[in-house]
Write a protein that binds this ligand. Sequence first.
Ligand SMILES: [Zn+2]
Ligand SMILES: [Zn+2]
Length: 377
Amino acid sequence: MATDYYAVLGVRRDASQDEIKKAFRRLARELHPDVNPDPKTQERFKEINAAYEVLSDPQKKQVYDLGGDPLSQAGGGAGGFGAGGFGNFSDIMDAFFGTASQRGPRSRTRRGQDAMIRLDIELDEAAFGTTKDIQVDTAIVCTTCNGEGAAPGTSAQTCDMCRGRGEVSQVTRSFLGQVMTSRPCPQCQGFGTVVPTPCPECAGDGRIRSRRTLTVKIPAGVDNGTRIQLAGEGEVGPGGGPAGDLYVEIHELPHAMFQRRGDDLHCTVTLPMTAASLGTKVPLETLDGLEEVDIRPGTQSGQSIPLHGRGVTHLRGGGRGDLIVHVEVMTPSKLDPEQERLLRELALLRGEERPTGQFQPGQQGLFSRLKDAFNGR
Ligand SMILES: [Zn+2]
Ligand SMILES: [Zn+2]
């Protein structure tokens, strides 16, 4: 045996593949002809290439360990960079650029895309949570070819242009020396395999479109724009790849009575002046059923009455928001003579027959007070 490949790379005979690779990279960086054009160094470079070609390939390593010369069988004894050594090319590139990405053919199998679907729900469904059946148009694994992409009875074959590597390399000479470039194989688009007879059902994509019905649990407290993630319910990937996720985006339909702000609900009740003054109970259909809103005597226009815990469930942490009833007092108009007489009598009794009014700066009405409440004043 002429050369001790282990000695050439400076590794022990029981070195792991990782140690062999590291040793090769270190030497390749030192001894590459572009870095070090000295003829003696170039000889060394060929040696370490040959050594790596043998020791990095389990089959060749076994032949070598048993006393044979695997390179004489494979490449007529020449070995090294010049002949048959192109298998090491990506490792040489790794030694220089430190990248191990994009090695070998790319897989036909990829993860599927995420999908999003919009779901309209009613306010009470958002408040208490619900379960919905939704129809989803999505890509599923092709049942004819099981995602392989090949017509039944046929299979993908190793690409003869790149011999399954997925890329083709080209050597050109420049004033810097030999430059090797590699690009994805044009015949197989880098997959390393070709499908001679694509599946007629999916045209080789490995997936077909299908409509499914999914049952989605909507938690209590969701709001407009809340997204519920359903892992693995999105599109299946090409080549039978794992499915992406499905996002259900909540769109809350407007409610006839209640306006939602955060987890609180707001509505307005209009009351006659007499009721606001004397007090009353008014029925209100809340999300929890019919309830009576207690209007206390002397309630003013613009006052709000909170019904605690009658709002929307907090999405996190439990508990519920409030239902806030805003009061608007109606001034009686179109009075008949008897009503007018009674009102004048009331004004007289209250000493209000010639009121001067109380002036305050700015606008103090319901609208501005609401606005101030939102602006945090
Ligand atoms: Zn198919
Ligand atoms: Zn190819």
